[in-house]
Design a protein around this ligand. Structure first.
Ligand code: ATP
Length: 260
């Protein structure tokens, strides 16, 4: 598989606070990368770099060998733990909005056949995430799991190549989480996505990822905790289990590689 994203000597600094230091990493097209690490290690900052919400203070990130611009593009979609859907819009309107923002960035609205096409795309995506019968429901009428399905549809309707997930299932009950795990793996395959998912749940990281990255500091200065930043301290390629679906929790095999 070819390299999609490449980080070369990437640093993220806020003033004299170093958050990420000297990050060197390649992410292959089609990978499902889980990112774990202690609170404050810089996992969300890492996602923001890929999303283009912020640029590195030093170093270069490339997408298809082209330097990534510090702006969000349609090739990258994101789902957060909460609050990414609009409460005053139905599921269908929430999802159509994704297409409208993409195709009519100035007016934010499509008309005529373009609007009908957007409606069809949104309906197809809502059906793919299991909300085909809930098009007219508002977020307040939906469970947490349904709202996250909607957030995923909203992100995927723009047909991104890269889907970024920031603790997407963290607020859900365990049973619902298992359903969401199956859903996200299916969508990953169906739409040939490259996924980068931040999670605090180690089991989730290993269950879903084809690769698990641990971000942490290699060096600590107790007198100046912000002097050193985090980088990839473990990079664990998971051998793909045979068409995992229902048996996802079994027989996890890892090749451990310690990054020095
Ligand atoms: N815009 C900013 N200005 C200054 N510091 C920031 C900014 N954004 C993030 N930070 C700091 O960067 C560090 C890393 O934050 P980040 O949210 O990336 O960590 P995280 O690993 O995702 O944490 P958590 O697991 O708790 O969500 C934190 O100490 C945070 O306070």
């Amino acid at each position: 598989m070819s390299t999609l994203l490449s980080f070369r000597d990437v640093w993220v600094e806020y003033g004299d606070r170093i958050i990420i230091e000297k990050l060197n990493l390649d992410i292959e097209e089609g990978a499902f990368v889980s990112v774990v690490g202690p609170s404050g290690a810089g996992k969300s900052s890492f996602l923001r770099l890929i999303l283009g919400q912020e640029g590195p203070s030093r170093g270069v990130i490339t997408l298809d060998d082209t330097p990534l611009k510090p702006e969000c593009g349609p090739d990258r979609g994101v789902v957060f733990q909460r609050y990414s859907v609009f409460p005053h819009l139905s599921a269908l309107r929430n999802t159509i909005l994704g297409v409208e923002c993409e195709k009519a960035p100035v007016l934010g609205r499509l008309f005529g056949s373009a609007r009908r096409a957007a409606q069809e795309e949104a309906t197809e995506m809502l059906t793919a995430v299991g909300l085909g019968h809930s098009l007219d429901l508002y977020p307040a009428q939906m469970s947490g799991g349904m709202q996250q399905r909607l957030a995923i549809a909203q992100a995927l309707v723009k047909r991104p190549r890269i889907l970024l997930l920031d603790e997407p299932f963290g607020a859900l009950d365990p049973g619902i989480r298992a359903d969401m795990h199956a859903l996200i793996r299916n969508l990953w395959r169906k739409y040939s996505l490259t996924i980068v998912m931040v999670t605090h749940d180690i089991r989730e990281a290993f269950t879903l990822g084809t690769r698990v990255l641990a971000l942490d500091k290699r060096r600590h200065d107790p007198h100046a905790p912000h002097r050193f930043g985090a980088t990839v301290v473990y990079d664990l390629p998971m051998r793909e289990r045979a068409e995992a679906s229902s048996e996802e929790n079994e027989n996890i095999t890892i090749d451990v590689k310690r990054n020095n």
